[in-house]
Write a protein that binds this ligand. Structure first.
Ligand code: Q9C
Ligand code: ZN
Length: 336
């Protein structure tokens, strides 16, 4: 399987995040990418597809914000990375702010996603990595892997959050549609619900979003990913959320994934995008499922058996010591 990664994705390296009431070491580290590379072997540099595919998903004012905010933060005399402290809960209006603190609240939904001068380039190349994996599949490969770090599935059209800035899965799904695919499915098996991906395609009947994740009543991102969120308007029924309780092992996870695959089969996709997070692993430091390294090969074989051309993109996974083996296990299941 062709695998893509750019070393430019490593420069994004926030130090701290606001976690459960205090600042802690940032969990989404460059070492995660190094660990995955050590596990999966050689990767190819992605091609530069430019910004068109990114702009097909994200708004121009949000993309301007991602690039300019670190400079504005420094101009405001603030130390460290851009991080918000106030959010427009009641409803976001398209107001234009000059003050950085107002801007960051307007374009984010949590305080766990610091933005530095190095972030834009890393997120840009993470998206290019995903687009190169799509190219491989569009040119006939059964599957390809994008090592997407920083991850993407919490980022919406005009907001960052959950360590995510540009939504690579959404960018790939939209690029596939723009390349002539008529129906694209996204299977999200990160521990956390991919609220950004869901939001981007919530009213789109040509993109099916299915997610297996920790019940948002107990786990981040809390406000999205509940079973009664199923899509809106003509897209009603094209979002499927399958929350599981903390402690879930392979058996319930595999059963939920099978439910997702059946729904995707009924939808009839031309292409599958997989948001793969290894934060479902039993030893993950911020998550609470109980999957083993060997379980990822089982899950991947179940998906590969459906025979949809598949673009695999990495999302979370914070047990750095096991991350390479976990991603390698998933890839091996796809190939066997
Ligand atoms: N107390 C991804 O896996 N922090 N993002 C949670 C829980 C944010 C995870 C804090 C977790 C984001 C891509
Ligand atoms: Zn996650």
């Amino acid at each position: 399987m062709r695998q893509f990664f750019s070393t430019r994705q490593l420069a994004h390296a926030p130090l701290r995040e606001l976690h459960n009431g205090g600042f802690t070491d940032y969990a989404e580290t460059p070492a995660r990418a190094d660990a995955i590379r050590a596990g999966i072997g050689a990767t190819e540099d992605p091609a530069d597809h430019g910004t068109a595919a990114i702009q097909a998903v994200h708004t121009l004012d949000y993309l301007d914000f991602l690039q300019a905010a670190p400079m504005r933060w420094a101009e405001a005399g603030r130390p460290g990375d851009v991080i918000g402290y106030v959010w427009p809960v009641v409803g976001r209006r398209p107001l234009t702010f000059a003050r950085i603190d107002a801007m960051v609240g307007q374009f984010s939904f949590d305080a766990a996603t610091p933005l530095a001068a190095t972030t834009w380039d890393a997120a840009y190349w993470s998206a290019q990595t995903a687009l190169s994996a799509l190219d491989a599949v569009l040119s006939g490969d059964k599957a390809a892997l994008g090592l997407c770090r920083p991850p993407g599935h919490h980022a919406g059209a005009d907001y960052m959050g959950g360590y995510c800035y540009l939504n690579s899965a959404a960018i790939v799904a939209q690029a596939a549609i723009d390349a002539g695919k008529t129906r694209v499915a996204i299977l999200d098996i990160d521990y956390h619900h991919g609220n950004g991906t869901q939001d981007i395609f919530y009213d789109r009947s040509d993109v099916f979003y299915a997610s297996v994740h920790a019940d948002p009543l107990t786990d981040y991102p809390f406000y999205w990913g509940h079973a009664d969120e199923t899509g809106e308007g003509e897209a009603a029924g094209t979002t499927l959320n399958l929350p599981l309780p903390q402690g879930a092992t392979l058996a319930p996870f595999r059963q939920a994934q099978a439910t997702a695959l059946e729904a995707i089969a009924a939808f009839g996709p031309d292409l599958l995008v997989i948001s793969f997070g290894a934060d479902t692993w039993e030893g993950d430091p911020i998550s609470h499922f109980k999957l083993t390294t060997a379980d990822y090969a089982v899950l991947a074989r179940d998906i590969a058996a459906c025979r949809w051309p598949s673009v695999i993109l990495t999302e979370g996974g914070y047990a750095v010591g096991a991350l390479g083996d976990n991603v390698a296990s998933f890839v091996s299941g796809f190939q066997s």
